[in-house]
Write a new protein. Structure first.
Length: 71
């Protein structure tokens, strides 16, 4: 460290092959939303969409699993 800057650094943990494979992967999109259930109970849910459906506004029916945990 010289004058607050790194000098002569070496990246020893970088795997360019792994980075290329990861960039080519189609990962799901996740977002959180509040859903009102019976009895006006509001549940904060995590919605994970398939990689081919990046936006929730797309018209498409998908099966839904909802797991509620008491906090």
């Amino acid at each position: 460290l010289k004058d607050g800057k790194l000098e002569n650094t070496l990246e020893i943990l970088r795997d360019e092959e792994y980075e290329a494979r990861l960039a080519a992967m189609l990962l799901p999109t996740a977002f959180f939303e509040t859903v009102t259930l019976k009895g006006d109970f509001e549940a904060r849910v995590k919605i994970i969409l398939p990689s081919d459906q990046r936006h929730r506004s797309t018209v498409r029916s998908l099966p839904v699993l909802l797991k509620l945990c008491r906090a």
